[in-house]
Design a protein around this ligand. Structure first.
Ligand SMILES: Cc1ncc(COP(=O)(O)O)c(C=O)c1O
Length: 388
């Protein structure tokens, strides 16, 4: 079997795991179970089905757009309106639509190194190039980001909180970063991907960069309820931007899906109205899983990681165990039936890392997976010592 299985993308790892007899999936960027299995959600959907389900306006039902605007107005103490909102089929569709509007020949998009591997798809599908660079968001005053921006740089995608590192960047650093970008003669678009902003395990909630919209006309936020409310398959996404930009999005949505399904838009409104309830359930569940997995990992001296503050991933430095993360991924897959993602999928800076998701397996399975994973790591350490 090993010969005909290639683990060369996250999708390939997830798909091929299904061919194993007792796999543990630490690769999947999904959250299970979905909140749509909750009684409250199911009842809402059942009642909604009694209403007509035709097309909606291209940018979304007014009620859905208003609900998103209202949600941000309350949380961020800003005043956007439905004219600043477009409803999309998940955040990645939103990103695709944004890039579809701004694309031009030879255009290049900058993303962080490391960053979510799937950014490559909407970028390339719009005829653009993707370049991974170190944004130095920690050290923004000294950051040399401007040297990476050239006449072809049309957009910069910033993901906060960040996949795969689980980090949250300080709001003020991000504002300074945006100001730096805005000061360049070519002034690229700045796209904030905030899909993990409501999946945070610490008390103080990060502020959305949407609050900078009045100051920064080329700022766009894409987000969704996929992660915050464990509704990945429902595709409940949105774009927030200046009104004139949202108007331009209309033709791209029309050309792709005409509109997000009416039922999903209803589900979006319902979920936002019950946000604290659903989001609370998801955070409680995931925090327990995060703590459990990290407790196991902490017992291994030769690996290093920072407790993720947000999201569903542990970004694990395994350089003391092996510098060949491809081999580690394959051995874990074939010998231990544990799926992980090698860090180089996310960029050159991920070379010595692997990413473990705690979103998909329940606590019992996390325990089993962590035990298998650790026995592999300890075996490697022992082998290294013997070879010294
Ligand atoms: C950083 C990042 N952005 C966007 C997405 C996609 O979100 P959605 O399901 O809303 O398309 C993901 C999913 O894994 C992600 O990790």
């Amino acid at each position: 079997m090993e010969k005909d299985i290639r683990l060369d993308s996250i999708t390939a790892i997830n798909t091929n795991l299904l061919r194993l007899s007792d796999p543990i999936n630490f690769a999947m960027g999904d959250i299970s179970p979905s909140i749509s299995q909750q009684q409250r959600f199911r009842e809402f959907i059942a009642n909604s089905l009694e209403r007509p389900m035709g097309y909606t306006p291209v940018l979304g039902e007014p009620a859905a757009r208003e609900a998103v605007a209202e949600f941000f107005n309350q949380r961020e103490r800003i005043s956007i309106t439905e004219a600043n909102v477009a409803i999309t089929s998940g955040a990645i569709h939103g990103l695709f639509m944004v890039l579809n509007v701004i694309t031009r020949e030879n255009g290049e998009v900058l993303v962080a190194d490391p960053s979510w591997s799937a950014y490559d798809f909407p970028v390339r599908a719009n005829g653009l190039w993707l370049r991974k660079v170190d944004f130095e968001l920690d050290n923004i005053d000294q950051s040399d980001i401007l040297k990476h921006i050239n006449k072809d740089t049309i957009a910069i995608i910033i993901n906060n909180p960040e996949n795969p590192t689980g980090r949250i960047y300080p709001y003020n650093n991000l504002v300074k970063f945006i100001e730096k970008i805005a000061s360049t003669p070519t002034h690229p678009w700045i796209i904030l991907d905030e899909v993990y902003i409501d999946l945070v395990y610490k008390e103080d909630h990060p502020q959305s960069l949407i609050s900078q919209l009045k100051k920064e006309p080329k700022l766009i936020v894409i987000s969704s309820l996929s992660k915050s409310c464990a509704l990945t398959g429902w595709r409940l996404g949105f774009i927030l931007a200046r009104e004139d930009f949202i108007k331009q999005i209309e033709k791209s949505i029309r050309a792709t899906i005409s509109c997000v399904p009416r039922l999903c838009q209803k589900a979006l409104v319902h979920t936002l109205e019950n946000f604290n309830y659903y989001n609370g359930l998801v955070i409680k569940l995931l925090k327990k899983r995060r703590d459990l997995l990290c407790e196991f990992l902490q017992s291994v001296k030769s690996v290093e990681f920072t407790l993720p503050e947000a999201g569903i991933y542990v970004w694990l430095d395994i350089s003391k165990i092996s510098r060949n993360t491809k081999k580690v991924t394959e051995e874990l897959f074939f010998k231990k039936e544990v799926g992980v993602v090698p860090g180089y999928f996310f960029g050159p800076k991920g070379e010595n890392f692997i990413r473990l998701s705690f979103g998909y397996e329940d606590e019992k399975r996390i325990r089993i997976g962590a035990e298998r994973f650790i026995s592999y790591l300890l075996n490697q350490t022992a082998r290294d010592k013997r070879n010294q």
